[in-house]
Design a protein. Structure first.
Length: 302
């Protein structure tokens, strides 16, 4: 599949007074963290709705809540409270085609990789790799909040890499950004893959050996086909740093020419928001991941 970046269209930019709905399609969130996230969003002038009353729920209920948020004209963004597990089993129950008619941001990370991947396969709109909206002030401070706010209510330009798990290298490239959590991608066939894509990867609490196995698995599932660059985010509590670096370097040498490491997105502290399914330019020499254009548009309506 070849995706023309010109065919990918933005989602509606949020503005004060809009309603955002917090949903829990994965694991149950901490209610105190949900309250923290709600206070933050209301401080930005947004109205909030929380589609969760506590406890474990069957997939049919979680999917229905997610679908209702996607389809409701009065909801302008869908924000996942917590990742964990459970998103994969919802995929047969969800229809993301509504996002072409109501192009609203869908936000989350980790297990939400399953949803980002499904959105990229269903529509030509971005979704957003963001911290959990059951907000943790320990992990995400003012910098994370500013990145989320700038992306959803402003005109974010991209991200700047810091210290990476491997050395950034190779020529600058431009392509559509996709990917997410490595363990999740290893369970998905690359139905959303396109020639020239840029693949983002992050991981939590896997040994270097397991990381190597997961990398081989995503290769076998087609996630490297046609990829022009790999972007590494945060690899948190993934064992010995030198062993991890050796595993990643070996895989990169066999798989791709352009590598950008150190993007502040994943399970670490001060995560930034990143537009998935959107055209970006990657420049290893400067450590930048830049949006080709804004992934949000203030002029959109439905």
């Amino acid at each position: 599949m070849l995706v023309n970046p010109a065919d990918i269209r933005p989602v509606r930019r949020l503005r004060p007074g809009d309603t955002v709905r917090l949903v829990s399609p994965c694991s149950p969130p901490d209610p105190h963290r949900v309250e923290t996230g709600v206070r933050m969003l209301r401080g930005w002038g947004l109205r909030t709705e929380v589609a969760w009353d506590g406890g474990e729920r069957p997939p049919e209920i979680r999917a229905a809540e997610m679908q209702q948020a996607l389809e409701s004209p009065g909801v302008h963004a869908v924000l996942v409270t917590r990742a964990g597990k459970g998103a994969e089993e919802l995929l047969p129950l969800l229809d993301f085609s509504v996002l072409e008619r109501q192009p609203k941001p869908v936000c989350g990370f980790s297990d939400v990789t399953f949803l980002h991947h499904a959105i990229a396969a269903a529509v030509r709109r971005p979704s957003f790799h963001t911290p959990e909206l059951a907000w943790s002030v320990r992990l995400n401070g003012e910098h994370s909040a500013a990145s989320l706010r700038e992306t959803l209510l402003g005109e974010a330009s991209g991200l700047q890499a810091g210290q990476g798990v491997v050395r950034s290298r190779g020529p600058a490239v431009t392509g559509r950004l996709r990917g997410g959590n490595l363990s999740a991608l290893a369970r998905i066939d690359a139905t959303a893959a396109a020639k020239g894509d840029i693949l983002f990867l992050e991981e939590l609490r896997e040994t270097p050996q397991t990381v190597g196995e997961l990398l081989n698995r995503i290769t076998a599932r087609g996630h490297l086909a046609g990829v022009s660059a790999v972007v590494f985010g945060q690899f948190v509590e993934c064992g010995d740093a030198e062993q991890l670096r050796a595993v990643l370097d070996d895989w990169c040498e066999r798989s791709v020419q352009t590598v950008l490491a150190g993007i502040p997105a994943g399970h670490g502290v001060e995560q930034e928001t990143m537009a998935m399914g959107w055209p970006v330019s990657v420049e290893p020499a400067t450590g930048t991941l830049s949006y080709v254009s804004s992934p949000t548009d203030a002029g959109l309506t439905w």
